[in-house]
Design a protein around this ligand. Sequence first.
Ligand code: ATR
Length: 297
Amino acid sequence: MQTRCSVSIEHNADPMKQSLLGIIGHHISYTLSPALHNEAIRVLGLPYTYGVFDVSGEMLPGLLEAMRREHVRGANVTKPHKEAVMPLLDELSGEATALGAVNTIVNTDGVLRGENTDVDGVRASLVPHAAMLSNEPLLVLGAGGASRAALYAAAEFRPCTIMIHNRNTERARQTAAIFAALFPDVRFDVVEAANLVQAASQARLIVNTTTVGMTPDTDAMPLPNETRFSNHQIIFDIVYTPLQTALLRKAAADGAAVINGMDMFIHQGARAFTLWTGEKFPVQAPRERVLRELGMR
Ligand code: ATR
């Protein structure tokens, strides 16, 4: 029987000694967040365990109420709830408010605060390429919560233009309007499907924030098949399951520099972990654990 709400926890924790963390999303069996965080918890010997809260939108209010009541310390939030969760929280950080998206919840004595650590993840992935982004045109694919984090981080590198393409063009327009107000020095242009190949050829950096190419549909491409890349371009796919998406395989074959979703995944998780536990995230062991899990798939 298919249920709309399922909870699975990786370790058998002693409820008297452990506090619960987890990831809230729907249809997220692919997620490696439990592997990432449980490895960090194990390395540091902390009294937490990290599970999966797979819920539909209508179950969200009940889940958040249970978080308050049961003293769940915190959670990550992923697709499709990053925006829907916002009105259900008690407080929002400045970045979460500016982005209109929450990917991390911190529970302090029943007060649920929404944060956005996806921005830290994108920033960490782009910093090594910062010098190549200033005053250049960029293209962001997608207009959901992850897209907003990518736009926010990318805009800080002062490109001249950020083009936004989304399957739902109206959503791209709304996102472009929000960011034009936030970053008046950067131009935000919406790209329709008919102009996408040309836009992709002009962009110095392309960031895929859609779920296209993610397991199990790993041959899917977020850009038309006729798109060609060059060795002047950087292609960044925030998908991390698999690490080498069809987009990155094609970009590398055409000579472009590629950035996979690993650093983004690690750094968004690292900041969330510190917000919940107060501890510095031990990057190395969780990274190796995630790579091992990916290798087993
Ligand atoms: P997140 O908060 O993680 O970004 P989301 O808000 O559900 O998740 O956004 C998912 C993104 O992937 C959206 O841009 C979505 O496009 P729509 O806004 O048109 O729904 C995009 N996406 C998902 N499946 C897609 C598909 N098959 N083709 C193109 N874009 C897709």
